[in-house]
Design a protein around this ligand. Structure first.
Ligand SMILES: [Fe+2]
Length: 161
């Protein structure tokens, strides 16, 4: 199963979304916070690609394989991320995009964390190093949600940044 390759693809799509958000941030502090998430997301992508190579998983993966491995949450996640990226590119106000992202991180994001978490048990005895890396990434995802909330707090709800 192409587990790591699939996770790399999710990180890749998420990085593209944050790239669009950073470009549209319109406020230097918000831009800075979003860029922190962007760079860490790119890091996750590389880590998952590395794990995919170690496990002889092809990148990019076949989406159907990913759905088999993770269920519908995988395709939902990719679709939501792509849609939001397009909206951000087409001029959605940054504040609105960020709020949707918090919802995203809160729903799909949490499922994603759970998804990574569910894989942890598979590595219990098999590979302690991989388990540690997955745990590290799952914690980053939680932190990203907090950073987003911080960015939203910088802009009043009715203000177009
Ligand atoms: Fe990530």
């Amino acid at each position: 199963m192409a587990i790591f390759s699939c996770l790399a693809l999710i990180e890749h799509e998420t990085a593209l979304l944050y790239e669009a958000m950073v470009k549209n941030a319109g406020d230097r502090n918000i831009e800075l916070l979003l860029n922190v998430i962007l760079q860490e997301t790119k890091g996750h992508e590389e880590i998952f690609k590395h794990l995919a190579r170690l496990s002889d998983q092809t990148y990019p993966p076949a989406v159907l394989d990913c759905e088999t491995a993770f269920g519908k949450v995988f395709t939902d996640s990719v679709e939501l991320t792509r849609n939001l990226k397009e909206s951000a590119q087409n001029g959605m106000p940054p504040l609105e995009a960020m709020k949707r992202l918090v919802d995203y991180e809160g729903s799909v994001g949490e499922e994603y964390v759970a998804l990574v978490g569910s894989r942890l048990s598979a590595f219990d005895e098999e590979d302690a190093t991989i388990k540690k890396i997955l745990l590290y990434i799952a914690r980053d995802e939680e932190r990203h949600k907090e950073i987003l909330k911080q960015a939203i707090a910088l802009g009043p709800a009715d203000k177009k940044l």
